[in-house]
Design a protein around this ligand. Structure first.
Ligand code: OGA
Ligand code: MN
Length: 286
């Protein structure tokens, strides 16, 4: 456990959740305005640990938006794939309810990487979770995934782009396994570097994922698939993963520029899981 007081006035406690990534932050109430010193300490912890957990927060939608805004403009989902709250349009609701199945995310992904400028970070607030430890979310460290490749493969990837699109997400929303609305909107595919430099830490992270990355630039899908499969398997080895067991009231924020996540779908269609989700805008991947 480490106590971080970078600007003296703030005293939050930051405790690692595991060796790969993730830390729990205590000593802050996110429903109240976060002072500058505390915010700076949270940001430092976020850059070091990539995923932050705040327990026992009962955030109002307005407070969730206000906290997210500190990191960047709060955005809606470009495909409007989920319901937004009437009272806070920046808050999306991921819900699995009797008679309404939705919010499945059981693919390794980085949020909205099919967009031209994907969100920097996402924040999820657990309002209801299934009994018995179901519906965990897994996170993996994409800095470590890149750094642990051979120099030869790193050099190859440094010269590649990757093409991302939303076709699997659209197909899932429209399939019988889901009761979400069909997605009417379409976006052109986005091409991003396969390895990106984090704009704030300057560190290099692998930037491909299993949900949205279709192929490498100037390569076919068939040519790309074996390397993509290798990279996803490499990045998601258990040693590189933190698995979060949710408690009601948890708030988790993750950095989409240097992590992937996967929401386990190990609960039934009538089990209740409700999450409030916000995202803060990012930069064009470079
Ligand atoms: C998301 C997501 C994971 C979860 O909101 O982008 O992938 O555990 N959610 O619900
Ligand atoms: Mn996601």
């Amino acid at each position: 456990m480490s106590v971080v007081a970078p600007r003296c006035e703030s005293l939050i406690t930051v405790e690692r959740l595991g060796p790969a990534l993730g830390a729990a932050v205590s000593g802050v109430d996110l429903n109240a305005p976060v002072d500058a010193a505390t915010f700076a300490a949270i940001k430092d912890a976020f850059h070091e640990h990539l995923v932050l957990l705040f327990r026992d927060q009962w955030l109002t939608p307005a407070a969730q938006v206000a906290f997210t805004e500190r990191f960047g403009p709060v955005e809606g989902h470009p495909l409007k794939s989920r319901r937004a709250l009437d009272e806070a349009s920046g808050v999306h609701v991921l819900e699995n309810l009797p008679g309404h199945r939705g919010g499945r995310n059981d693919w390794w992904h980085s949020d909205i990487s099919f967009g031209a400028i994907p969100p920097a970070l996402s924040i999820l607030h657990a309002r209801a979770i299934p009994e018995g430890g179901k519906g965990d979310t897994l996170f993996c460290n994409m800095y470590a995934a890149y750094a642990s490749l051979s120099p030869g493969l790193r050099r190859v990837l440094d010269g590649l782009t990757a093409v991302h699109d939303a076709r699997k997400l659209i197909a899932r929303n429209e399939s019988v396994e889901n009761d979400e609305q069909p997605i009417a909107l379409r976006l052109p595919p986005a091409e991003h570097p396969a390895v990106r430099t984090h704009p704030e830490t300057g560190r290099r992270a692998l930037y491909v994922n299993d949900y949205f990355t279709l192929r490498f630039g100037d390569m076919t899908e068939a040519e790309s698939r074996p390397l993509l499969e290798f990279l996803i398997a490499h990045a998601t080895r258990p040693e590189n993963v933190y698995r979060h067991r949710w408690r009601k009231g948890d708030v988790i924020m993750w950095d989409n520029r240097c992590t992937m996540h996967y929401a386990l779908y190990d609960y039934g269609p009538s089990e209740v899981r409700v999450m409030h989700r916000t995202t803060a805008a990012g930069d064009r991947p470079r």
